[in-house]
Design a protein around this ligand. Sequence first.
Ligand code: 2ND
Ligand code: ZN
Length: 354
Amino acid sequence: MVAIAYEDIVKAPKALLHDHLDGGLRPATIIELAAEVGHPLPATEPDELARWFVSACDSGSLERYIATFEHTVAVMQTESALRRVAAECALDLADDGVVYAEVRFAPEQHLNRGLTLEQVVEAVLAGFAEGAERAAAAGRPIRIGTLLTAMRHAARSMEIAELAVRFRDTGVVGFDIAGAEAGFPPTRHLDAFEYLQRENFHFTIHAGEAFGLPSIWQAIQWCGADRLGHGVRIVDDITGGVLGRLAAYVRDKRIPLELCPSSNVQTGAAPSIAEHPIGLLRDLRFRVTVNTDNRLMSGTSMSREMALLVEAFGYGWAELQWFTINAMKSAFIPFDERLSIINEVIKPAYAKLL
Ligand SMILES: O=c1[nH]cnc2c1ncn2[C@H]1C[C@H](O)[C@@H](CO)O1
Ligand SMILES: [Zn+2]
């Protein structure tokens, strides 16, 4: 098999479903914005700060990993900062060859300097639009959908779900809950999920990352999640290649798994990339997608995640196309729009590579 060059992975179109806005800031931007608001940082030089995030997140604990977001959330408290961070996010993803991305963030975390929830969402949407416009002008078109996240330890999920529905025609394509998983089961937010179902809206739930099967079961069978954020611990219901009832349900219903290999190794959800359950789940034909989670905290990108899998599992273009089409099929934008990206952008590009 011919080895795949990293530059070629960058050029190939990729689709990303699980990326946090506050987990993907440019280190230099954090430093500039922190200076403006007087927020103290653990490092003051971009490369050093980048290394600090990755090593602080390498602890094997989701809670300690999430604690590092203190430094990104602190500098995302004004309309101009939110707009800039969102625009740079769109540009960075487009530069990495991402043609479709769903980027999520929790509006409730950006109210410390007096913004309203609406102002926060409007600023981020304006930033994505600006970034996507600049990327298209540079010859790298990208479509970005926004997901609004509610924090699972807090009690604002209903309010955030209503906010998401209010912005459904202006760029918000779905809803999510995130934050520490152990002790905060999805059913805590059942009213929000039931509301979203009545509204015919889409949502994913972080589940099966730091907690196991009960979390996945609740997310799907109680809350009605369209997709699983991570969902990697579904392997606990697979023994010797034999699927238990929950794993069988997830596979039979083609429930998309938003797998995030590097992030999972950092938080201890997987021992290494080579031993990541993505290998098994792909072999068993689950609806597997590859994602970044937090590019800053993992020092990663979509191309890097793909390259790590190529190296660890010997994947070729056929597998990379499969992951990409799986993600595009599982996106929260309308079916006809998904199909046109698959048929007009993804398939023609991979046809030249296969
Ligand atoms: O992988 C994750 N699991 C649970 N929560 C997460 C993960 N990555 C980021 N978060 C949290 C921290 C962010 O501040 C929040 C919204 O993006 O979501
Ligand atoms: Zn996440």
